[in-house]
Design a protein around this ligand. Structure first.
Ligand code: NDP
Length: 484
């Protein structure tokens, strides 16, 4: 049998073994077995990548926007033409159902490149006339070498969400994907080569956060860091960047409320809520993990929600009919189990799931699976209702009044997203305005227009990405003031 693949770094346009020639096991979550190795890089690899990115900066930043756009569009085309290969790779690497990788993650990665490739052609610059005294205009210049750090849950989608605007704006980049899910970033290296991206414009260094991520955030030549991941890691990133006054964007965790009023279209609310609870096994930062239901609809909602969630097919992520795949890692699975145990101690009642499935055999028998789990009867202020679990576990709680549910929704350190289900238009606006979250969906979930500002309030993040916000983040605004 051939040796498993070794995932190499991508530095200066070439695949490169890590300087220390060390590798980490890359485990397939659905089987629990090692299926490839990934470069266990260190500060030397980061240094090499930063040097390559510095060398490439002048040429790339001076490349006309139309040419940069063409190359980014070619990357988008290649992602689309490699859709099946990428979807399979992502499903194996993350444990997510292949249908989700094929239908959402990979197409959205292509859309990210396409969106910023065209956005850069339509950038406007502001001008201000100061009476008869002066004329000002704003010059937005690329910032140089940027560091891009991304998590494991939507690996190619979130990486491309950073690479595309950074490059479109004329920066060069050093990216660090999660060591748990490096495969699609590795395939992206080949796509960048094929698309004709000049060497050094994107460099991808694989390895752990403490070694590669920390070296990147501490590198004095990397003045801009865009990070997506957990709140605890985000704090470490912010601390590391602070002494250099780096420009930092932090997209962090969430504990998102999903509010259902009794006047909602319950059929739509139940279907939408099952999706927002369990998509990607609940491992989407935007999943609604705290469901609040107005009391007259509570019993009906819980029983219909449980019936609907019970119909989700859990199994081999590579099978087309699977709705629920594996949890990304053993550590994450243990975390999910910990919180389900804790829910029992905090007075919760498990009304669906609550454990690992018993009926998985064949290649998935040692995989990291957990059933979709619904817990009721918990106090709003308990740990399970306040801390991010990031798995297929949700709580459902009744409420009586609008002000009461707004206070429940806001009773957490997080403020990433929220959903509100109601047919009362006035209430929808009123509640949406009062919820402390960067995004509020009304009668829907996960609809993403790439032009809108995206990000979190409170401990869910700092800064906004998406559309103009991302292009602004990756550029430095300079005011040029000319006397009249
Ligand atoms: P982590 O915070 O564990 O890791 C995110 C990235 O940071 C990984 O590449 C990780 O490397 C790296 N990293 C770890 N330590 C450091 C360090 N000291 N310095 C620099 N980089 C470091 O998040 P997860 O990968 O576990 O992702 C899940 C989290 O991401 C959840 O909290 C989720 O809510 C959040 N998330 C937020 C989103 C948003 O838009 N707000 C979107 C998606 C997820 P490695 O893992 O290889 O060690």
């Amino acid at each position: 049998m051939a040796d498993p693949l070794r995932i190499l770094n991508f530095i200066d346009g070439q695949l490169a073994a890590p300087a220390g020639d060390a590798y980490l096991d890359n485990i397939e979550p659905a089987t629990g077995k090692v299926y490839s190795y990934v470069a266990d890089s260190d500060g030397i690899d980061v240094e090499n990548a930063v040097t390559a990115a510095q060398r490439a900066f002048q040429g790339w930043s001076e490349t006309p926007a139309a040419e940069r756009s063409q190359i980014l569009l070619r990357i988008a085309d290649l992602i689309e033409s490699d859709l099946e290969e990428l979807a399979r790779a992502e499903s194996i690497d993350t444990g997510k159902p292949i249908s989700l990788a094929r239908g959402l993650d990979i197409p959205r990665a292509a859309s990210n490149f396409r969106f910023f490739a065209t956005a850069i052609l339509h950038v406007e610059s502001e001008a201000h006339i100061t009476d008869r005294v002066a004329f000002n205009y704003t010059l937005r210049q690329p910032r140089g070498v940027v560091g891009l750090i991304s998590p494991w849950n939507l690996p190619l989608y979130l990486l491309s969400w950073k690479i595309a605007p950074a490059l479109a704006a004329g920066n060069t980049a050093v990216a660090k994907p999660s060591e748990l899910t490096p495969m699609t970033a590795y395939l992206l290296s080949g796509i960048c080569q094929k698309a004709g991206l000049p060497p050094g414009v994107v460099n991808i260094v694989h390895g752990t956060g403490p070694k590669v991520g920390a070296a990147l955030t501490a590198h004095p030549a990397v003045g801009t860091i865009s990070f997506t991941g957990g709140t605890v890691t985000g704090r470490a990133v912010a601390e590391s960047c602070a002494p250099f006054f780096k420009k930092v964007s932090l997209e962090l965790g969430g504990k998102n409320p999903n509010i259902i009023f009794a006047d909602a279209d319950l059929e739509a609310a139940i279907k939408g809520s099952v999706r927002s609870s369990f998509a990607n096994q609940g491992q989407v930062c935007l999943c609604g993990s705290r469901v609040f239901v107005e009391r007259p609809a509570y019993q009906d909602f819980v029983s219909r929600f449980v019936t609907e969630a019970s119909s989700l097919r859990l199994g081999d992520p590579l099978e087309d009919k699977t709705d629920q795949g594996a949890i990304v890692s053993k550590t994450q699975l243990e975390k999910v189990k910990f919180y389900v145990d804790l829910a029992g101690k905090e007075g919760g009642k498990v009304v669906l799931g609550g454990g690992s499935p018993k009926n998985l055999n064949g290649r998935c028998q040692d995989g990291f699976f957990f059933e979709p789990t619904v817990i009721t009867d918990l106090p709003v202020a308990c740990r399970v209702n306040r801390e991010e679990i990031f798995g297929p576990v949700i709580t459902i709680t009744p409420f009586d009044r609008e002000e009461e549910v707004i206070s429940y929704a806001n009773d957490t350190e997080y403020g990433l997203s929220s959903s509100v289900w109601t047919q009362n238009l006035n209430r929808a606006h009123r509640v949406a305005e009062k919820i402390h979250a960067g995004t509020v969906w009304v009668n829907c979930w996960l609809i993403r227009d790439l032009r809108v500002p995206f990000g979190g309030m409170k401990q869910s993040g700092v800064g906004r990405e998406g559309g103009d916000e991302a292009l602004r983040f990756f550029t430095e605004a300079k005011n040029i003031c000319i006397a009249r």
